[in-house]
Design a protein around this ligand. Structure first.
Ligand SMILES: Nc1ncnc2c1ncn2[C@@H]1O[C@H](COP(=O)(O)OP(=O)(O)O)[C@@H](O)[C@H]1O
Ligand SMILES: [Mg+2]
Length: 238
């Protein structure tokens, strides 16, 4: 479970990027953070994962406080950031072993997981190449495999479907579905409302650092009869 309490963050004196945001995300669910560019999704995810320190508020991951117990809190999840341009000088396989070492994953297990996920995402044959030579989508995929290598109970992804080809986007959605079926938690951000259809149990529409809607897509649609998803999104984030 992820519990965010009154999270607030400003980069400048005049504007709050995230404004007193509170949310609880229960186990076994897929939740999407949806909002336009600049809504505060990445800032929220960065505070949730301990990359950014909140000005105010608290983050609990499976009851571990990000402030008081950051190592245990961070062991609970795998995170895929919106910028996959990291560790470019490593070969794919070296990056995955680095992640395996950091999270102390047993050798046999990590080989099994690397094979499983990199084959599914279509990067198995390129694992001996340097990440520098990878396309944006391939870099994203290696980060996804790296985030799954310690078999976390929580998977957090920032705009994971942006830039993926249809086959890989489908595989990633399948991985998310399997994950939640096993009782694990998935949280991802997107600026595309359609992505949430048929995938998410819950959507949180974020705008100007606040939660504007929190619930199922079905209930949201009922509130706006005869309106397209695109129009609903525009109305909620007006
Ligand atoms: N490093 C930064 N320095 C200054 N302002 C930032 C920085 N990162 C984000 N912001 C601002 O914070 C707000 C929220 O940004 P962000 O969390 O990246 O939104 P989203 O991920 O929803 O597009 C925006 O107004 C953005 O310009
Ligand atoms: Mg973002």
């Amino acid at each position: 479970m992820i519990k965010l309490t009154q999270l607030t963050k400003s980069y400048t004196k005049t504007k709050k990027a995230v404004d007193n945001l509170s949310l609880t995300i229960s186990d076994g669910s897929i939740t999407a953070f949806i909002g336009p560019n600049g809504a505060g999704k990445t800032t929220t995810l960065k505070m949730m994962t301990g990359i950014l320190k909140p000005d105010q508020g608290e983050v609990l991951i499976n009851s571990f406080s990000m402030k008081n117990n950051p190592i245990d809190a961070k062991k609970q999840f795998g995170f895929v950031s919106d910028n996959p341009d990291s560790f470019l000088r490593l070969r794919g396989i070296e990056y995955l072993h680095l992640m395996g070492d950091i999270y102390e994953v047993e050798f046999e297990k990590r080989i099994e997981l690397i094979e499983h996920y990199s084959k599914r995402l279509g990067i198995y044959d390129t694992l001996n190449d340097k990440i520098l030579s990878y396309s944006h989508g391939m870099r994203q995929k290696i980060m996804i495999v790296g985030a799954l290598i310690h078999q976390p109970n929580i998977l957090i992804l920032d705009e994971p479907l942006t830039g993926l080809d249809p086959q890989s986007a489908y595989e990633l959605k399948e991985i998310m579905r399997e994950f939640s079926k096993e009782g694990k938690t998935v949280l991802f951000s997107t600026h595309v409302l359609e992505v949430a259809e048929r995938l998410c149990d819950r959507i949180c529409i974020i705008h100007q650092g606040k939660v504007m809607y929190d619930g199922t897509l079905e209930v949201l649609k009922e509130q706006y009869p005869n309106t397209s998803l695109e129009e609903i999104f525009l109305k909620v984030t007006l």
